[in-house]
Structures are given as structure tokens and as C-alpha cells.
Design a protein around this ligand. Structure first.
Ligand code: GCB
Length: 633
């Protein structure tokens, strides 16, 4: 037991490299949250250099005074909201604005008032009443600014929030991209340019996640980190709390079970809580009651601020052939997703989120990868509660150009990993970090790049394995020596050997034997699949029909079944649902490799996978009680 506790302490020292917190805003007896979702005024800066908004300081007055504005819902991508193709494909600065009146007590009571943007794609600048309060590089992750002093300057004035967002990608952004000007005036009009990207999803832009105002007292809980373990029946919750603005560093922490009973408590800012008769956090289909969450209630010494963090107690370990959750082998039978839907693009949408979880559970899937960027925190909270296991991926997708392996790129990538780990470190559902998808890992600079990135991520969080997802040749992959788990994408009989389904078993077998033979690490088939246009049929199968997609899957499955007894620890279908991409001759109104359509209706492949996943669950897990009764989900 003592050794375990020491190990937990060691884990923490490294995690403390992150200094300020990014706790999800939660209401409590000391905190209020006000959502600024709904309609905002919106204006795209269509000036030739896209810079008129800054030159004329659009943030200094109401946006409507600067020129024509339209209604824009938040959260949502702006691209598919209007009938205007030039706004759909717009590149450059767009401006959002709305006014908000805050309760007088927020000002008179001397509270901290924080403005938080869940995510905006890609570069954002924020002003409050014309004063710049923050800027942030990168989509997919939250950023904040404390704005209380600005509100106090004139409490009678409604507060005007202006957010400028720019979706321009460069060789140093994540994902990378380039702007290409077309200078041949016989073929392109003056000023014509395109944005080139190396990733296969539509580059949706705008304010994608909720914008919130929240309050805390002046002395407040800034960050909490938990790392969990257990020994026999005793759970161990090693925690570290940082409080800002208080004279004394003492805190009160109380761990409550689901029934609201206190199971452990302490008055130290860091320590280990022991939980007798622990209820562990288990994945869906691995236990009768998956997703068990305790609540860690934290207050500062004077009980002025109160924050409650959900905590799942579980362990993760990786051997050369297995992925262990709570010391039991876990087999990923899951999906890759996208944040993507009709009209709202990448905007967070609760009906869609809940529908997707119902489909995941219907399918018998126990996991997903957040391909190819961090998903909304609200989605990870659902995973915690439902026991859906997550491989949490950074936006490191499309790193193909050698200039994207330079110092500036690496520095930004390290900063993004800091932000990602800081945001998601406490989610029990998150079991592994993926630092990138399909980088050009055969290039020489990839070795230093991935060694640095993976070492850094492990220092941030020594409790979770780290991987990146590869598509390169096993012998030339420069980053594979540094990962804990090998994740491989392959598309046999799709991007090559078209129409030859019969080559899949041989090629897949070779793939697994080569990679395992060289690295002796467990392998996840992190992508495989085929496009199928829903309703298109042909037998014998032909590419793009539902029959072909089905047979691709079945051919892969026969090999998975041999190898999962050895070192293959998971299979994730590409993709959960059809999704939008840029236009191109390989895409039929988007990528059609979904087993569900974009509107979430099943194709034939969904039933194949459902049958398989439930069979795997029956073999490897414990089905929840409700599956034993004729009770529909
Ligand atoms: C891949 C990529 C994914 C693509 C997929 C495809 O390897 O990781 O982003 O969408 O292939 O369908 O080509």
C-alpha cells in the first residue's frame, strides 16, 4: 500500500508542470454560470486583406454601426447557416458580437467574473466594451479572461462582447495548412486564393462551443488534479488542489458517493483519500454498473468557494500484449467520430450528442477516438457517466510538410498538449493520449519531433499511455519506438487493390505481424473501412455500395479474431457517421465511410458491426442488467 501511495505522489510532481487551471464551469453554492448561447451579430471581413475590422476598430462600437450584420447562432459553425457559398468557403476574419447584462450582485459583491469560450476555430481575439481581454491560438480547446474590472467601470452599461475569429491555417498551426495565391490572371480573378489542407474533413469555422460567463469568489479553487488507484477493496484518490486569492492554503475536500454519503475527507491541499469498499469506474459492457462516479467537493479554508469534481476510480496499464483497465484486459470495440452534422457543422448540439451516445450503446461499442481533435468537454462528461472509453486526440492532423516539423510547430504542439492535458486530465473515460494522426512519420525530423512530444506528454501525465496514429510503413516509422501502443490505419482494397476484397486477410495479417514483430507493443487497428453511399446496392459487391462496405468489414474481422487472442487490443471503425469534407473527386458530398449516414440512419454495415460488438462484449465483458430483460435502450 505504501509503495502505491508513493507512486501516486511521484505522478503528481510531474503533472504540476501545468500552473493554472481550466476547470469546467459548474454552478455551486458559490458560483453562477450564465450561458451566452443564442443569436449573435455576425460580420465577415470581406476586405481584400481581411483586415478592415482591425484597421477600423470594429470592436470599438456596436458591430451593426460598422456595416451590415446577420444573425449567427452560437454555438455553430457559420459555414452552412446561409445560402451564400462565399461564406461557406470564407477564409479570414469573421466578427461576432452580443450584449449581455449581468446581475448587479456580480458587480457589487466583488466577485470574479470570467468569460469562457468553449472553443472557436481557429485564432480568436476577444474584447469587452472595446477593451481587448484575451487572444487564443487554436480551435478545439477552451480559453478564458477575467472581465470583472471592466464590468465595474460602468455597471449600468450593458456589456458588449466582441469576438473576432480567423480560420486561416499556416504551416505552424494545428492542423497545418497553407494559403496559395493564384497569380495567372488569364485563369483566376484578381486576389484569388485557396487554402490547402492535408486533412479529410471540412474546415468548419466559427464559435463551436458555448460561450459562458461565470463567477467565483475572489478566493477560489483554481485547479484540481486527481490520480486514482486501488488495492483490493480500497480505492486511492491522490488529489492536488490549488487555490488562488486566499490567505491560507488550507482546503476542505470531501469525497461523496453516488448516494451523497461522505466516504473520505481531508483538510490538506494535497493528499491521498482512502475509499473503503470502493466502487470502481468500469467501461460500458465490462461491468453491470459502468461509469460509477464519486464527487470530490472542494472548498477553500473559509468555505467561500465550492467546486464539485466528478471522480471515477480506475487504473490503466499497458503490457506488450494487453491494455488493462482495473487490471483486466480491455478490448477496444469502438468507433472513430467527428464533430460534424448538417447545418450546425462542428457546433455543439445536445440532441446530436445524446443521439450519438444512444447509437454507440445500441451498437455495443465501448470506446471511441476523438479523431482528429479534442471534442467538447460536455461529450467527455457523457463518456465518464456512460463508461465509454476515450482515446483523446490532439488536432495534430495533416502534418505532412517537412516545414511543419520545425521548432515553431513543435513549440505550438507542446503548448496544445499542455492545454489538452490540463483540460481533460481528470476524466476517467480518457485512457490514452494521441498526439497526432497520420503525420509524415517517415521523414527524418519526425524522430526528434515525436520523441520530444511524447516525452513531454508523459511528463505532463505519467498515468496514461501515449500514442500517435500511423499510416506509414512499419520499417520507416520514426515515432513508433516512443509510443506505448501502436495505432495503425489501413484501407486495404480501397485506396489500393480496388475491388480485390480477397487480398484483405493476407495484407492485414502481414501488417500485424510486421508491426508486432518489430516493436513488440500492443496494436489497435485505429481505422479501417470503405465508402458506401446509403441505398446503393450491387451483388457481387462493387465499390461504394453497402455490400462492398460490409464485405470489407467482414474480411478485416476474420483477422482481428485471430490476432486479438495475441496482441491486437482493439478495432475502431472509420467512421461512425458520414461527414463533410472539402470537394474533390474522391468524395461524394463528403466522406461516406460512415456506418450511419450523416443523419444517423444505419447502413447495412451497422448491423454487421452491432452483431459483432455484442458478441465481443458477451465474450469479454459483463453485460449490464438491462440487457438481460426485453427492455429496449
Ligand atoms: C484516413 C484519415 C481520415 C480519413 C480516412 C479516409 O486515414 O485518418 O481522416 O477520412 O483516412 O476516409 O480516407
Amino acid at each position: 500500500m505504501m509503495l502505491r501511495v508513493l507512486w501516486l505522489f511521484a505522478a503528481f510532481d510531474a503533472a504540476l508542470l501545468l500552473d493554472t487551471g481550466m476547470l469546467f464551469p459548474r454552478e455551486s453554492s458559490s458560483r453562477e454560470v450564465k450561458a451566452l448561447n443564442g443569436l449573435w451579430a455576425f460580420r465577415a471581413d470581406r476586405s481584400p486583406n481581411r483586415n478592415q475590422g482591425f484597421e477600423r476598430a470594429w470592436y470599438k462600437s456596436s458591430l451593426a454601426e460598422t456595416g451590415p450584420v446577420i444573425d449567427m447562432p452560437v454555438p455553430a459553425s457559420y459555414n452552412d447557416i446561409t445560402q451564400d457559398a462565399t461564406l461557406r468557403d470564407f477564409i479570414g476574419w469573421v466578427w461576432y458580437e452580443r450584449e449581455v447584462t449581468v446581475p448587479a450582485r456580480w458587480i457589487t459583491d466583488g466577485l470574479r467574473v470570467v468569460l469562457r469560450v468553449g472553443s472557436a476555430h481557429y485564432y480568436s481575439v476577444v474584447w469587452v466594451n472595446g477593451v481587448k481581454v484575451t487572444e487564443h491560438e487554436g480551435g478545439h480547446l477552451p480559453f478564458e479572461a477575467e472581465i470583472g474590472t471592466l464590468l465595474r467601470e460602468d455597471p449600468t452599461m450593458p456589456c458588449r462582447i466582441t469576438i473576432a475569429v480567423n480560420n486561416t491555417l499556416t504551416l505552424q498551426t494545428l492542423p497545418p495548412g497553407t494559403i496559395q495565391y493564384m497569380n495567372d490572371r488569364t485563369r483566376y480573378p484578381d486576389g484569388f486564393f485557396v487554402q490547402n489542407i492535408n486533412f479529410d474533413f471540412f474546415n468548419y469555422a466559427g464559435i463551436h462551443r458555448p460561450v459562458l460567463l461565470y463567477t467565483t469568489p475572489k478566493a477560489y479553487v483554481d485547479d484540481i488534479t486527481v490520480v486514482t488507484d486501488f488495492l483490493d477493496n480500497t480505492g486511492l484518490v491522490r488529489y492536488n488542489v490549488s487555490v488562488q486569492g486566499a490567505s491560507s492554503a488550507t482546503v476542505k475536500v470531501t469525497l461523496m458517493d453516488k448516494g451523497g454519503h461522505c466516504v473520505a475527507s481531508s483538510t490538506e491541499p494535497s493528499g491521498v483519500l482512502k475509499v473503503v469498499d470502493v466502487s470502481l469506474w468500469w467501461p460500458y459492457l465490462m461491468h453491470e454498473s459502468p461509469g460509477y462516479l464519486y464527487s470530490l467537493e472542494v472548498t477553500d479554508s473559509e468555505s467561500i468557494d465550492v467546486y464539485a469534481l466528478p471522480v471515477g476510480i480506475r487504473t490503466i496499464n499497458v503490457t506488450s500484449t494487453q491494455f488493462l483497465i482495473n487490471n483486466k484486459p480491455f478490448y477496444f470495440h469502438g468507433v472513430n467520430k467527428h464533430e460534424d452534422a448538417d447545418i450546425r457543422g462542428k457546433g455543439l448540439d445536445w440532441p446530436l450528442v445524446v443521439k450519438d451516445f444512444n447509437l454507440i450503446k445500441w451498437l455495443g461499442a465501448n470506446s471511441f477516438r476523438t479523431s482528429h481533435y479534442p471534442y467538447a468537454e460536455e461529450i467527455l462528461q457523457m463518456c465518464d457517466r456512460h463508461g465509454i472509453v476515450v482515446i483523446d486526440e490532439s488536432p495534430g492532423v495533416g502534418i505532412k510538410d517537412i516545414r511543419s516539423f520545425g521548432n515553431a510547430s513543435l513549440t505550438h504542439h507542446l503548448a496544445v498538449m499542455d492545454e489538452l492535458v490540463r483540460r481533460d486530465k481528470n476524466h476517467p473515460s480518457v485512457v490514452m493520449w494521441s498526439v497526432a494522426n497520420e503525420p509524415a512519420a517517415e521523414m527524418n525530423p519526425a524522430e526528434y519531433y515525436f520523441k520530444t512530444l511524447i516525452t513531454h506528454t508523459k511528463a505532463l501525465d505519467p498515468t496514461r499511455p501515449v500514442t500517435y496514429v500511423t499510416y506509414s510503413n512499419y520499417a520507416r516509422d520514426k515515432g513508433a519506438p516512443f509510443v506505448d501502443v501502436i495505432c495503425i490505419n489501413s484501407y486495404f482494397s480501397w485506396y489500393h487493390d480496388q475491388g480485390h476484397l480477397e487480398v484483405i486477410p493476407l495484407q492485414l495479417n502481414t501488417q500485424f505481424e510486421d508491426w508486432y514483430g518489430k516493436y513488440k507493443k500492443p496494436i489497435i487497428q485505429s481505422e479501417y473501412g470503405a465508402d458506401a453511399v446509403a441505398g446503393l446496392h450491387n451483388d457481387p459487391p462493387v465499390m461504394f455500395t453497402e455490400e462492398y462496405q460490409k464485405e470489407v468489414l467482414q474480411n478485416y474481422h476474420s483477422v482481428f479474431d485471430q490476432k486479438r487472442k495475441k496482441y491486437v487490443i482493439g478495432e475502431l471503425i472509420w467512421n461512425f457517421a458520414d461527414f463533410m469534407t472539402t470537394q474533390g473527386i474522391l468524395r461524394v458530398v463528403g466522406n461516406k465511410k460512415g456506418i450511419f449516414t450523416r443523419q444517423r440512419q444505419p447502413k447495412a454495415a451497422a448491423f454487421i458491426l452491432k452483431e459483432r460488438y455484442w458478441r465481443l462484449a458477451n465474450e469479454t465483458g459483463t453485460l449490464p442488467l438491462w440487457t438481460k430483460y426485453p427492455c429496449p435502450l
